[in-house]
Design a protein around this ligand. Sequence first.
Ligand code: Z5A
Length: 217
Amino acid sequence: MNSSKSITRGRLITLEGGEGAGKSTLLAGLREHLRAHGVEPVMTREPGGTPVGEAIRAIVLDAAQTHLFAEAELLLMFASRAQLVREVIEPALAAGHWVLCDRFTDASYAYQGGGRGQPVQRIADLEQWAVAGVVPDVTLLLDLPVSDGRARAAGRGEADRIEVEGDSFFERIRETYRARAHADPARFRLLDASDTPLGVLSQAALALAPLFDEVTP
Ligand code: Z5A
């Protein structure tokens, strides 16, 4: 008789959006929401989430790195992601944990693709190689006019290397995110991030409700 219980694979939920959209705020609320449903999520972020990834994050956000080429930036994002998937995300999902990740591959399409103009096919090739088939179960896209997000983020002190970019850069990012959400409605949930923090949390909770139905016998 086989006494080993099969483990149900966990769920990967990613949060995306422009600067100041409210991802960090929502993540804190979502953690409590999942806990209330008996799920203790693994919290992580991109770039970062591992010692190697956090070292990469320090480089890509360092405003003193004024000569980082777009190609190098793209590869650094995927280097961090390749490490995070293997060190944290895939083992957690295989062990049945739910993972809440602050940004994932969609951010590379939006920032390095839409923002920096890197070819979509190049990003797709990197994704296939580096991410090893890990696709979020749900991606919550916090959508907000660029000026509103920038106004929210303005009070935080010095801008990092990416935040110093102009409005048109962030408009392209927003459009790329929205286009990706439109093209993949099965995975994306578009949230109105101009709502109150509680309102955004309610929208997210509604969007995630089907995931609980899937795991409840
Ligand atoms: N990046 C990339 O280029 N390519 C990639 O592949 C990846 C990332 C993965 C780091 O991301 C940078 O890396 C990011 C993209 C790039 N660069 N930029 N710009 P990050 O996620 O760590 O940093 P961020 O995008 O700059 O996030 P953020 O600015 O910290 O925003 P947030 O987490 O979405 O917002 P928040 O901290 O929750 O809220 C901001 C303020 O608004 C704060 O004062 C809140 O109290 C307030 N807030 C939040 N929600 C609300 C609502 N609903 N109403 C009113 N006020 C609110």
